[in-house]
Design a protein. Structure first.
Length: 154
């Protein structure tokens, strides 16, 4: 029996990554893409899988690809909602978290807006500065109001 808190399952004795773990890996790849500007997302993904011995995961791959391919559009949304902030003044960690969440909220129909925002705040608490969760939450609230389509499950 698996611990409900972990939410992980096993298949043929191998552990399967849960959604929170997959989102964390997607965030890390999004963070890394700014440091590998000469590589496309498939190279970054393949190198990360090899170096970290990560399993192939549809959510990670598709989310990372979606952010990579829509980065300009995502950055424009963030920029328009981050009044008084230029993107180059926002930390790379904060920006990666927001890119992930904006992709989920606006360009993917897989994750409810409130779940994406909550997960972004949790990533910020784990990986970013103490002031980041409220900063991220404020900008993501604006993005959600201005750009996120209303989804049936919200």
């Amino acid at each position: 029996m698996h611990d409900r808190k972990d939410c992980a399952a096993t298949l043929y004795g191998e552990r399967i990554m849960n959604r929170r773990e997959a989102r964390e890996i997607a965030f890390q790849l999004i963070y890394e893409m700014d440091f590998h500007k000469d590589e496309d997302y498939l190279e970054i993904y393949a190198n990360a899988r090899s170096a970290r011995e990560l399993e192939d995961n549809d959510f990670v791959r598709e989310t990372f690809a979606g952010v990579y391919e829509n980065r300009e559009k995502i950055d424009e949304m963030i920029s328009s909602c981050a009044v008084g902030w230029k993107l180059d003044r926002i930390s790379a960690v904060t920006l990666a978290i927001m890119r992930l969440s904006v992709y989920e909220m606006v360009l993917s129909d897989d994750v409810p807006v409130n779940v994406s925002m909550n997960e972004a705040v949790e990533l910020a608490k784990k990986f970013d500065e103490d002031s980041a969760p409220s900063f991220i939450n404020g900008i993501l609230n604006k993005v959600a109001k201005e750009y996120a389509p209303k989804k049936d499950n919200e």
